[in-house]
Design a protein around this ligand. Sequence first.
Ligand code: PLP
Length: 393
Amino acid sequence: MASYERIYLSTPHMSGLEQKYIEEAFQTNWIAPLGPNVDSFEQELASYVGVKGAVAVSSGTAAIHLALRLLDVGKGDIVLCSTLTFIASANPILYMGAEPVFIDSEPNSWNMSPLALERAFKKLDIEGKLDKVKAIIVVHLYGQSADMDAIVKICERYKVPIIEDAAESLGATYISERQTQVATKQSGTIGKFGVYSFNGNKIITTSGGGMLVSDDLEALGKARYLATQAREQALHYQHSEVGYNYRMSNILAGIGRGQLQVLDERVEAKRRIFARYYDELANIEGINFMPEAEFGRCNRWLTALTINPSYIEATVPMICSALDKLNIEARPVWKPLHLQPLFKGCMYFPHASGSVSDELFFNGICLPSGSNLTTTQQEYVIKAFKNIICQPT
Ligand SMILES: *Cc1c(COP(=O)(O)O)cnc(C)c1O
């Protein structure tokens, strides 16, 4: 018995509040990039996450690109980057003509391993390449913060600024205990720059969009200028350097304002979905969920788990394809970037003797986790999943 309506990993979930802001934009004819919704969305998001400022742009990828540009990353420079992530984290490194060096995950959070990071710095130091390292991109995977205290400590020692790719982790928190001061911070607000995405599959969406956040207002001013074709203050159009057309439209920012108001609800819904999967599946031998590290609270953007082949015969591709036949979308965990043909030959630093991210990719699967997934739909997914993994093949 297949579900009639396809069940997706994560779909847009409108609240109804968006319409008012879109309506306003139409009534005032602000149908353009920039406008009052853009300004308000920036202020509202900055105040939600607790940073001094934000710049709304056309995508999360654009925000990462701008951050690299602001950090003066250029041809031949090196940028360290989490390996277990979506390609968008690292593509902008190539836009700048720089070289990515990939860092493995730690088992505790599935995010950047401080051990591997330390080893990467030491190796680059020995090779005399430290001065080429201009930035590090730390990804907060599936809505969980990386261990920022440990990462910040290493990066401060090597004086390398951090860009946080928090595309998947808006609404998650990190408990920082640096200098014995305990502070709960929003994911994406600890590094020099933080990046959020409002793509259609993210926890809140504008159909497409992104945000660059920072406490450095001067840098954000520069980002705004670069994102507007690097147009200088002049009556005529004047340009001295290369820029981009990266600003968010006033209509989409209106959607974002409505979505931001329900972000907390979306986090709770995603966490409830995770809890239901956990209750039903965690006691099966060979199944392990992405752990929630003690240093933060996940938004559980996607529920991810691993299948131990010593206990369960069905492989991740087999499970995904069997679920697909039942009209359920499931996906393997991100293929690590050091395994992608695009990045063949790039340096890679594993967590320990074995690579954690390789293991997570081969055995990891993401289950439907949309905040609008109904209990009935989720029960259907759980039943189908149990049937597939319990059936001897
Ligand atoms: C979605 C995503 C991005 C990019 O966001 P876009 O808005 O689609 O450009 C970057 N990094 C990660 C980890 C993502 O999941």
